[in-house]
Design a protein around this ligand. Structure first.
Ligand code: SAM
Length: 318
């Protein structure tokens, strides 16, 4: 909580691209921003977005969006698909030349047409090394040529109160210059990790790991693979080796969809559609996949607070 946070009279409006199940949207809303438009192609994700933001206008395929369709917004947020830059692929990476990660260019075309004041872009940290760094240079140069001051920082979800090591690069673009963009991401008053010793009611805090998955000290959970990836309910070789919990007795089990929601900071059952599906395996797959793709909500919330605090009044008067 920033006590001296200047609060703009008007809420900052956010257009959310590649919205998934709304990790950015939920975190930003918790920080006091308002989602006014969303774009997402997958039916399952669209259903979850519709459930949580019934009044927000939505588009499907970014390649078909016309600039005039996008609601007026102060901030555009989006984590373009990472499949072609991710190291999880364990093979040659097509980078921005790939069909999926190449959607960055569709996003950039819309940015060029509408010139929102501020941008927040998220991707796997491997974007920094894809094509020996040339892909990241393309992203930065493209935005800089459109007039944006750019700053970036790798943030790891483990320092935001959730027990998951998840390093992602966050890029801030701001039409008001790089120094202000940098001020969003780098705070001199940063807390040391997420270690609160007491809750506001005086009780001791409970470790986030215990809240999400269980209590290791009681002899249940021994180990959790370090980072949640997008995967399906059918575990195959590498998928299985990532998201599992192993027990001292030698048992191993995969995470439940509910646990994957918790590990990303979503409320319980965020990804359960109201219209129940009969094929539970398909539903589990969709939930695993969407949670593995999402932005960790507490990280988005922190970014939202930083944007309000550092850019809030400027954005409103821009
Ligand atoms: C890395 S995920 C972003 C997840 C999101 N930030 C969240 O918190 O859930 C990328 C998203 O882009 C979506 N996507 C892929 N192609 C798209 C397209 N052509 N138009 C719009 N969205 C697309 C995917 O379905 C996926 O949900």
């Amino acid at each position: 909580m920033f006590l001296d946070e200047p609060t703009p009279a008007t809420r900052l409006r956010v257009a959310s691209f590649f919205a998934g199940i709304g990790g950015f949207d939920l975190g930003f809303e918790r920080a006091g921003l308002e989602t006014v438009w969303q774009c997402e192609i997958k039916d399952f994700c669209l259903e979850i977005l519709e459930q949580h933001w019934p009044h927000v206008e939505r588009a499907r395929d970014i390649r078909e969006v016309e600039p005039y369709e996008i609601a007026d917004a102060d901030v555009w947020a989006g984590g373009f698909p990472c499949q072609d830059v991710s190291l999880a692929r364990m093979g040659p990476r097509a980078g921005l030349a790939g069909n999926q990660s190449g959607l960055f260019y569709a996003f950039a075309d819309l940015i060029e047409s509408c010139r929102p004041k501020a941008l927040v872009i998220e991707n796997v940290a491997a974007l920094l090394s894809s094509n020996q760094g040339r892909d990241f240079a393309v992203v930065v140069r493209t935005l800089a040529e459109l007039g944006y001051g750019i700053a970036w920082r790798v943030l790891d979800s483990r320092y935001f109160g959730i027990p998951q090591s998840r390093s992602r690069v966050f890029i801030i673009g701001y039409l008001g210059g790089a120094e202000r963009a940098g001020a969003v991401l780098f705070e001199p008053e940063c807390r040391d990790r997420d270690s609160e010793t007491r809750r506001s009611n005086g009780q001791k805090t409970v470790s986030p790991f215990k809240i999400c998955v269980g209590d290791a000290s009681k002899g249940f959970v021994k180990k959790l693979a370090h980072c949640l990836y997008a995967e399906s309910a059918r575990h195959t070789g590498t998928d299985w080796s990532r998201n599992y919990v192993s027990y001292p007795q030698g048992w191993v089990r995969r995470l439940t969809p509910l646990e994957t929601e918790r590990l990303q900071g979503f409320p319980d059952n965020w990804t359960v559609p109201k219209r129940r599906q009969h094929n539970l395996q398909a539903l589990d797959s969709a939930r695993y996949h969407a949670c593995g793709n999402a932005v960790s909500v507490p990280v988005a919330e922190w970014l939202g607070r930083r944007i309000r605090r550092v850019l809030g009044p400027e954005l409103v008067d821009f």
